[in-house]
Design a protein around this ligand. Structure first.
Ligand SMILES: *Cc1c(COP(=O)(O)O)cnc(C)c1O
Length: 228
């Protein structure tokens, strides 16, 4: 059985090869380890193997893991759907939020970000798969949302996030990620982040400009959502 450290080696090599294939600096692609459903011990192992950034989708799970890991200098990213009643805890306990898709949520995060913390890094989740996905703002709504969020005082709008419909067709992967990249470029804002690419499609995402790839399965193994 491969260890988490082994898996990190494999994924890092995939990132490096994908970046070099398109003449990108591999260090311009950051690895976000998606630890949802995995125990704190798995995060500890990934930390020991060099990772610092961890992504979580479920607030209560993330908060209890953070409590178990307070001894480690980790950077936490919230990447799941956000309900209004969760914004305060997210504003208090995360460095990044990748999944903002409406202004009301952004306004609450800005109002609730504690004064002693640096501004919260934000990506707008954009839906590039149409009907196939319910999360993410539409490309049509993106410019107004991006402009409004970039004016909020306690947030720093960094870029876009997308989860295209899963497919093994490389051309379809490329087309979806290129759409995200082009949408970001069309905004005319000082953005430096494209959060896109997961275990099965990181090569395509990197070819189209990803700066964060969000990797769960390839690092920690398959997730088990069943009851123990
Ligand atoms: C679960 C999840 C991932 C990781 O997906 P894998 O296919 O396991 O790499 C990435 N991004 C988001 C938003 C997720 O919910």
């Amino acid at each position: 059985m491969s260890t988490i450290a082994d898996n990190i080696g494999v994924v890092s090599q995939r990132i490096r090869a994908a970046a070099e294939a398109v003449q990108r600096d591999p260090d311009s692609v950051h690895l976000l380890a998606v630890s949802k459903t995995k125990p704190a011990q798995a995060v500890r192992e990934a930390y020991a193997a060099g990772l610092r950034d961890f992504g979580e989708n479920y607030l209560q799970e993330a908060l209890s893991k953070q409590v178990e890991l307070t001894d480690l200098p980790l950077s936490w990213h919230f990447i799941g759907p956000i309900q209004s009643n969760k914004t305060r805890a997210i504003a208090e306990h995360f460095a990044w939020v990748h999944s903002v898709d409406r202004l009301k949520i952004a306004q609450r995060l800005s109002e609730q970000r504690p004064a002693e913390l640096p501004p919260l890094n934000i990506c707008i989740q954009v839906n590039v798969s149409g009907e196939a996905s319910k999360s993410g703002c539409t490309p049509a709504d993106l410019p107004a949302l991006a402009n409004a969020i970039s004016a909020l005082p306690r947030l720093t709008l960094r870029g876009l996030m997308a989860i295209p419909e899963p497919t093994d067709d490389r051309a379809a992967q490329d087309a979806a990620f290129a759409t995200v990249r082009d949408l970001q470029a069309s905004l005319n804002l000082p953005l430096d982040t494209l959060s896109m690419g997961m275990s099965h499609d990181l090569e395509s995402a990197i070819a189209q400009g990803a700066t964060w790839v969000r990797i769960g399965t390839a690092l920690f193994g398959a997730r088990d959502y069943g009851q123990p």
